[in-house]
Design a protein around this ligand. Sequence first.
Ligand code: SF4
Ligand code: SF4
Length: 75
Amino acid sequence: MVVSWSSRVYITRTMLEIDQDACLDCGGCVPLCPEEALFLSFNRLECDHNACTMCLICIQFCPVGALGESRAVEV
Ligand code: SF4
Ligand code: SF4
């Protein structure tokens, strides 16, 4: 989505957000990702945002609701 405020143009992008406080780092969501965007690094869940297509599979799966969407702004 492209948003223009005054003379500047901003691009908003929906990204996967990991609630690191809620995440149990169980790894259960990792093999479900069709893009292999999720991985554990030093026993902590991380996401390759360039690979993630926001298909929402992992968000729907997580038993503790640790995954969600966030809106990032790129200038
Ligand atoms: S996001 Fe959920 S399913 Fe994925 S590692 Fe964290 S607790 Fe497990
Ligand atoms: S939203 Fe879909 S593509 Fe992105 S990390 Fe989760 S399962 Fe993978």
